[in-house]
Design a protein around this ligand. Structure first.
Ligand SMILES: Cc1ncc(COP(=O)(O)O)c(C=O)c1O
Length: 410
């Protein structure tokens, strides 16, 4: 594989100070990027610099500091619009992350469009944050949740999906990339099929944006959600992309300062988008950090990063196959660098706890996808999720540690 010539992983690793630290006296092997990614120095510096010398509230001050904070905040919106290839900056709404983005759409778009007897389509591999908000909406309205099924490899059944796109369907909510299986869903095709029936599509991009270049106009999705902390930015900040035509029609999600045009006790009128959806003082420092993360990603060769991650995925899949009794859960033809697995007769939590002693951080549990665990009839899995700063040597350390787990359990 020639990726080593196009992807200088040693140089990239130097950008992430935490990767040089230790756990239990061993070099940290961080393989829990699906839960949250590590942060490059430029993001850490941008956040501390903001608090050291740039902190003021946005949109309210007539003084220089507030104006520069506002410029940083709005400038980042423009950067993110370019990053996602949105048509307009005002289609970018700052939120806390994917969870809040989906709750916003379920609540606001739901109030506008969903009524008793309607149907909401989610897939069998969704994260709880792309199930529960829709269930709440269904309970409130009398609508029903319909589930797009998947096969044994963890791939959505598109023929079944098409059957679910009936005149009752009001919205499709589907993950770009599954956090527990790694499956990359055929979003463009799914959007096309839904639009042919007049049904809008929300894409949960929590695991999409960190791994692939996202072009919302090319996907033609109606909504796309991003968690900043999974794409090398700070926690507590993320993005809802929505087509302006939807966002303009939707009622506010939260009421408060900054989202109004005028308020009297008799009536309030709302600000235009994006402000209509950004009530209260936002996470300005987080937005600044997210802007630095987007700059960082923008300076990388994303295609080389993706090819490098695919190489790691192939290598890790092969090497994990050498661990006796290990079974990979999620074997889709198109996968991102996320591998869930179980070890025969050993609970995933024990696996995670033992490999931790070797400095290896992996996630264990249901990964907020209990229906996926039920489908594969496992109580939990262990999950190694790789970023472009991980290495084949780290895969080897994981594999050795797993062989050690086998020895402990005899
Ligand atoms: C596919 C997917 N959707 C949604 C979420 C929720 O993201 P957040 O906790 O950042 O809101 C996650 C987080 O793990 C995820 O992996």
């Amino acid at each position: 594989m020639s990726t080593t010539t196009t992807w200088d992983v040693a140089r990239v690793r130097r950008d992430f100070p935490i990767l040089a630290t230790q756990a239990h006296g061993k070099p940290l092997v961080y393989l829990d990027n699906g839960a949250t990614s590590q942060k490059p120095q430029s993001v850490i510096d941008a956040v501390s610099h903001y608090y050291e010398s740039g902190n003021a509230n946005v949109h309210r001050g007539v003084y220089a500091l507030s104006e520069s904070a506002t410029a940083a905040y709005e400038g980042t919106r423009a950067k993110i619009a370019r990053f996602l290839s949105a048509r307009e900056d005002r289609e970018i709404i700052y939120v806390r992350g994917t969870t809040e983005a989906i709750n916003l759409v379920a609540s606001s778009f739901g109030r506008l469009k969903v009524k008793a007897g309607d149907e909401i389509l989610v897939s069998a591999m969704e994260h709880h944050s792309n199930i529960v908000p829709w269930q709440i909406l269904a309970e409130q309205t009398g609508a029903a949740l319909q589930v797009i099924p998947m096969n044994e490899r963890g791939e959505l059944k598109l023929d079944e999906y098409q059957k679910l796109l009936t005149p009752k369907a009001r919205i499709v909510a589907v993950a770009h990339i599954s956090n527990s299986l790694g499956t990359i869903n055929p979003i463009k095709e799914m959007v096309k099929l839904a639009h042919a029936k007049g049904v809008p599509v929300l894409v949960d991009g929590a695991q999409g944006a960190p791994h692939v270049v996202v072009d919302v106009q090319d996907l033609d999705c109606d909504f796309y959600t991003v968690s900043g902390h999974k794409m090398f930015g700070p926690t507590g900040v993320g993005v809802l992309y929505g087509k302006a035509v939807h966002l303009e029609a939707m009622p506010p999600y939260q009421g408060g300062g900054d989202m109004i045009r005028s308020v009297t006790f008799a009536k309030t009128t709302y600000a235009p988008i994006p402000a209509k959806f950004e009530a209260g003082t936002p996470d300005i420092g987080g937005v600044v950090g997210l802007g630095a993360a987007v700059d960082y990603l923008g300076a990388l060769d994303r295609n080389a990063a993706a090819a490098y991650e695919q190489d790691l995925l192939e290598y890790a899949t092969k090497q994990l196959g050498t661990v006796p009794g290990l079974r990979i859960v999620g074997t889709a033809a198109h996968k991102a660098s996320v591998i869930s697995f179980v070890l025969d007769g050993i609970h995933a939590h024990d696996v995670g706890t033992i490999v931790d002693q070797a400095g290896v951080a992996i996630r264990t549990g249901h990964h907020c996808t209990q229906p996926v665990m039920e489908f594969f009839e496992v109580p939990a899995t262990a999950r190694a999720s790789f970023a472009f700063y991980n290495t084949r040597a780290e895969v080897d350390i994981l594999v050795e540690a797993l062989k050690g787990v086998r020895k402990v359990f005899g």
